[in-house]
Design a protein around this ligand. Structure first.
Ligand code: HSE
Length: 407
């Protein structure tokens, strides 16, 4: 019998307790032993919960109980979650988490403690919700030299963009619905402004390329500046607007990682990844390309991934799984400004300025041609150039949107 403790009884933590209770028999079969929740740690009271009898506010009960061998951390953030995770690992317990902020910021250190204590720190649910992606990256794809990983990594923003495009929903209404469905972070700024996707692409880059990528050091842009006009212009060009996290290895070994809205071709696999779904594309020298697709957020899909890690931790109690990455050098991250790409530009500047800066460009839209465009708005796609070169050409322009194009 494996006794576990669940830290944090929010959306994911309560989902974990439900899945363990509902699928008790099949989980016992898959883990080759029974798994039961002994404690739920939360500062709040849940008197009406069917799990009320397991609640405590005192983490030291968990820390000092030798019967508890696996701790599930679903508190989120880097304060209490960091403290409890360290203490649980130091007490010789395996820790399973959905907390991408903690893994992205402190994963390197926490994995080192897990190694020292011969226990596991597992985080399948930290990227892609219910999609199996961490295990493929650390097991199934390890014969490859991976050179690129990118994808739709945030369910909330994908849900919002899809609702805006397919149902004509207003941004705020779509966000409220995403919150109601349990997709959004407690503070949805992390979703909207791209920080959540940044944490996830950094975890994927850590695993793909073997060295730490700091989410605070990469270029991050979310969807708050995206308008209905951008969506319409993208459509005219044969593209869809999606928020992507992307990391790729350069020939000199450095890594370029960033988050931004992109125009992606309607023929690309990711263009049909809609609603709360996430899609992650991995490219390796033996594999070629593979895409992982599924529910990227929500209580039960995320709990599904957490509980699978609990089962894995139970099965590997005496055999630590090797997961980890090295520290990175100061210059490991390449400058986003120097990466050559095609760009989509929406501007309030006139034809003469555009012609002088870019020569003969085919415009996607011009004033008056489209009712929403306004009297003074042009949109166009550039040839391949770096962002630094583009900024130079756009000096003095009234730039309203500027996104990379992924063909
Ligand atoms: N807020 C996150 C999202 C939850 O919307 O993708 C899953 O990590």
């Amino acid at each position: 019998m494996a006794k576990i403790a669940v830290l944090g009884f929010g959306t994911v933590g309560s989902g974990v307790c439900e899945v363990i209770s509902e699928n008790h028999e099949s989980i016992a079969h898959n883990a080759a032993e029974e798994i039961s929740v002994k404690y739920i740690v939360d500062i709040r009271d849940f008197p009406d919960s069917p799990f009320a009898g397991l609640m405590t506010k005192d983490f030291s009960l968990v820390e000092n109980d030798p019967e508890v061998t696996i701790v599930v951390e679903t508190i989120g953030g880097c304060r209490v979650a960091y403290d409890y995770t360290r203490r649980a690992l130091l007490a010789g317990k395996s820790v399973v988490t959905s907390n991408k902020e903690l893994v992205a910021s402190h994963g390197h250190e926490l994995l080192a403690i897990a190694k020292e204590k011969n226990v596991n720190y597992l985080f399948e649910a930290s990227v892609g919700g219910g999609i199996p992606i961490i295990r493929p990256m650390t097991q199934c794809l390890t014969a490859n030299e991976l050179d690129e990983v990118y994808g739709i990594l945030n369910g909330t923003t994908n849900y919002i963009l899809t609702s805006m495009v397919q149902d004509g929903a207003a941004f705020e209404d779509a966000l409220k619905e995403a919150q109601r469905r349990g997709y959004a972070e407690q503070d949805p700024t992390a979703d909207i402004e791209g920080y959540d996707a940044a944490r996830k692409i950094c975890i994927l880059a850590d695993l793909a390329f073997g060295k730490n990528v700091d989410p605070d050091k990469i270029s991050v842009r979310g969807i708050s500046g995206v308008t209905a006009n951008d969506v319409e212009y993208a459509r005219r060009l044969g593209y869809k607007l999606k928020l992507l996290g992307r990391a790729h290895r350069l020939p000199d070994g450095r890594v370029n990682a960033y988050v931004s809205p992109h125009l992606i071709s309607k023929t690309s696999l990711l263009s049909n990844v809609d609603g709360v779904m996430n899609g992650i594309v991995v490219h390796g020298n033996a594999l070629g390309e593979a895409m992982f697709y599924g529910a990227g957020a929500g209580k039960r899909p995320t709990a599904s991934a957490v509980v699978a890690d609990v089962i894995d931790a139970a099965k590997h109690r005496k055999a630590r799984k090797y997961i980890g990455w090295d520290d990175s050098e100061e210059d490991y991250l390449a400058d986003f400004m120097d990466q050559p790409m095609r760009w989509y530009v929406r501007t309030g500047s006139g034809l003469r300025e555009i012609g002088t800066a870019f020569g003969n460009l085919r415009l996607i839209s011009y004033p008056g041609e489209y009712p929403g465009a306004g009297p003074d708005e042009y949109a166009f796609a550039t040839p391949v150039m770096t962002r630094r070169e583009l900024d130079e050409k756009l000096r003095g322009f009234d730039v309203r949107s500027l996104f990379p194009i992924l063909d």
